[in-house]
Design a protein around this ligand. Structure first.
Ligand code: NCC
Length: 337
């Protein structure tokens, strides 16, 4: 009887990973569009802040559904939010780091082409692996490390496109763009693994953890709004330059963020990188089949690297596992990860 449930779990994980990856791809392109179209430019800090508000509201709604009754919902909020300042402080760490990361994405995509951004951003895969080893006391074998770097190279090749001449009306500073990506890469690795550690070290619901994080996220991003655009916003207004496209970007950022949290809950941050890579390859192959796009040599080579790296990462380890690792592995098996 266990098999069908495992299948459902696997299908659910695949579904979440696929949605997360598709949303992330659409998000990058839509964000870039809103930063380069010739309308009055909105304040990106306000978009990051509104995203936190929407994620908070959605998480509260999902928690209400999860708890099943108004009294249990109220108790949960009272105990986990009002009565847990220590937990709120704990979650303010990733919310601060994510706030920096999300603002850096806007800065990078205001100064770099979306394809260049996506390729460079893949450095987050080894960075996440490093954070996992350092912060979660897990170890990776030499072969797994090699596969992490192979994956990084593979995704880079798969997404590689010759530079396209795009009509850009805003001034760009590529150096600033690459600097912003470097910061975003470090933030993504650290905040992702920190959130995973907090989430998996207790039975507290994912939606409670999200609420705790988004509450401080709103405060932190509001400080960002004030410090970076305060004077101009006083003059022009908080929602200056908001078009339907900007709201669409905010919608994608909110949905993408929530799906990311679900993916981290049911898998882990390294798996998130591997699965996203596989989804990128599959979606490109699908568009080749559906729309007759041509397969390039770099795409074929990249796909090969991604497949080999996934295979190598999943191979049973040859080196002796420490007791701690063995425990982690068996815990993972129990939780179905
Ligand atoms: O960079 P990445 O994720 O690690 O960023 C994680 C995003 O998820 C939000 N988050 C995280 C945990 C949590 N409990 N709640 C959340 O809302 C963070 O605020 C942060 O925005 C990836 O692995 O490539 C991924 O990339 C982002 C996004 O494309 C890049 O950061 C672009 O700059 C994706 N986000 C969206 O598509 C909106 C994410 O899904 C996957």
């Amino acid at each position: 009887m266990a098999a069908p449930r495992e299948n459902v779990n696997l299908l659910f994980k695949l579904y979440c990973l696929t949605v997360m990856t598709l949303v992330a791809a659409a998000y990058t392109i839509a964000l870039r569009y809103t930063r380069t179209s010739d309308k009055e430019l909105y304040f990106s800090t306000t978009a990051v802040c509104i995203t936190e508000v929407i994620k908070l509201l959605l998480s509260v709604g999902i928690l209400a559904k999860e708890t099943g009754s108004l009294s249990r919902f109220k108790t949960s909020l009272r105990e986990n939010v009002l009565g847990s300042p220590k937990e709120l402080m704990k979650l303010s760490v990733p919310s601060l780091v994510y706030a920096v990361q999300n603002n850096m994405a806007f800065l990078a995509l205001s100064n770099l082409d979306a394809a260049v951004y996506q390729v460079t951003y893949q450095l987050k895969i080894p960075c996440t692996a490093l954070c996992t080893v350092l912060m979660l006391n897990r170890t990776l074998s030499k072969l797994q490390w090699a596969s992490v770097f192979m994956l990084c190279g593979g995704v880079t090749l798969v997404q590689w496109k010759p530079a396209q001449a795009t009509k850009v009306v805003v001034e760009q500073n590529p150096l600033l763009g690459f600097g912003a990506i470097a910061i975003a890469v470090l933030c993504s690795g650290f905040a992702g693994v920190y959130f995973e550690k907090v989430l998996k070290s207790s039975d507290t619901s994912l939606w409670v953890r999200n609420i705790q994080m988004y509450l401080s996220g709103i405060v932190v991003t509001l400080v960002g709004v004030y410090l970076s655009d305060g004077d101009e916003i006083k003059e022009k207004g908080f929602f200056y330059g908001y078009t339907y496209y900007v709201w669409f970007v905010i919608f994608l950022a909110s949905v993408g963020g929530l799906y990311t949290s679900v993916v981290v809950k049911y898998t882990d941050n390294i798996m998130k990188g591997f699965s996203a890579a596989a989804a990128i390859v599959l979606s490109t192959i699908a568009s080749v089949m559906l729309f007759g796009l041509q397969i390039t040599l770099t795409f074929a080579l990249g796909t090969l690297l991604v497949c080999v790296s996934i295979y190598l990462y999943g191979l049973p380890r040859q080196d002796t596992m420490s007791i701690q690792e063995g425990e982690t592995a068996s815990k993972d098996r129990v939780s179905g990860v």
